[in-house]
Design a protein around this ligand. Structure first.
Ligand code: ADE
Ligand code: ZN
Length: 335
């Protein structure tokens, strides 16, 4: 308990959380009802049954099948606002979060006929309110779904153009089923976004189920300056040295890695190797409503399994702040 309060008090930054992945079973069922959405026949009927099913994902795809069904209960701008606001409020109050860079997946909504501006305006309104009322800083990262074709990504970028240009979308990311969809398939999308706004930041999921080349190719071919997950970087010593030299942050998600069976135990996650090679990483929740823990739970789980001493926690927290995409003044406040 004292450890939890110590970890809560650290100025934590989250770089890897999918807003759609913060949809708690309770909100899922209540939005389904409010919006008259019929869930599939095989979908668990109660909160308890659903939570139990969430405890037994066999891999990334098994989880994603549930995640996209969950997305389908979100329709109105208020739905998107309510979702993001409940996440921001929860982590600011319970977890001591200082800064949140949150992903969203517009294609999982536009494919259902929802206008992209409905999605972005709802999320943005929650960001503004969170900054004002909770004192946390926030950024939105638009992700493209890699199981959809490049052309669909380009269309999405076109639909989101005004928000890419005005900075409401602070960065571009890439998520969903990793393995048969290597980063190079989306090089055109990444170049296009950078052309629309040269200031925009770039990241991509890589090295979660894919091998180390998914990490290096994200850097080389998509020009990302961060990689999400990236745990399979340990397969290449050359890559580890590069990540350290170029100060590329890996957004590691410990509880997610266990729930999706990337590793069987938290202590198998290569945090000690990253520390040894001085590869910067942050600790994150990924899809907290699905994996049974928010950011502080992830910090606690790492502490319980690695027993890091104060200087290591200081290093993790400082690397997380330095690797954040906020102004230097905001970093100075957090440091
Ligand atoms: N979408 C939501 N969470 C994800 C993850 N961990 N990997 C890939 N796509 C995702
Ligand atoms: Zn993720």
């Amino acid at each position: 308990e004292t450890m939890r309060s110590f970890l809560k008090a650290l100025p934590k930054c989250e770089h890897h959380v999918h807003l759609e992945g913060t949809l708690e079973p309770e909100l899922l069922f209540s939005l389904a009802k409010r919006n008259n959405i019929t869930l599939p026949d095989h979908f668990p009927k109660s909160k308890a049954e659903l939570t139990e099913r969430y405890n037994n994902f066999s891999d990334l795809q098994d989880f994603l099948n549930f995640y996209y069904i969950g997305c389908a209960v979100l329709l109105s701008e208020d739905d998107f606002f309510d979702l993001a606001w409940s996440y921001f409020e929860r982590v600011a109050v319970n977890d001591g979060l200082a800064h949140s860079e949150a992903f969203f997946d517009p294609q999982s909504h536009t494919e259902r006929g929802i206008d992209i501006s409905v999605v972005i305006k709802g999320f943005k309104r929650a960001c503004v309110k969170a900054e004002k009322e909770l004192g946390i800083s926030t950024k939105l990262i638009m992700c493209l779904l890699r199981h959809l074709p490049n052309e669909h990504g380009l269309q999405t970028i076109d639909q989101a153009k005004e928000f890419i240009v005005n900075g409401d979308i602070h960065a571009l990311g890439l998520d969903s089923a990793e393995k048969p969809f290597p980063p190079e398939l989306f090089a055109e999308c990444y170049a296009k976004v950078k052309e629309l706004n040269p200031e925009i930041n770039l990241t991509a999921h890589g090295g979660e189920e894919g091998d180390h080349t998914y990490v290096s190719n994200s850097l080389d071919l998509l020009k990302t300056t961060r990689v999400d997950h990236g745990v399979n970087s340990v397969q290449s010593e050359e890559l580890l040295k590069r990540l350290s030299e170029e100060r590329v942050l890996l957004s590691v998600c410990p509880m997610s890695n266990i729930k999706l069976q990337v590793f069987q135990n938290i202590h198998e996650i290569p945090l000690n190797t990253f520390l040894e090679f001085d590869v910067p990483f942050s600790l994150n929740s990924d899809d907290p409503a699905y994996f049974g823990g928010y950011i502080l739970d992830n910090y606690v789980a790492v502490h319980e399994n690695f027993g890091f001493k104060l200087p290591v926690w200081e290093k993790i927290v400082k690397n997380s702040i330095h690797g954040s995409w906020c102004h230097q003044e905001r970093k100075d406040e957090m440091l």
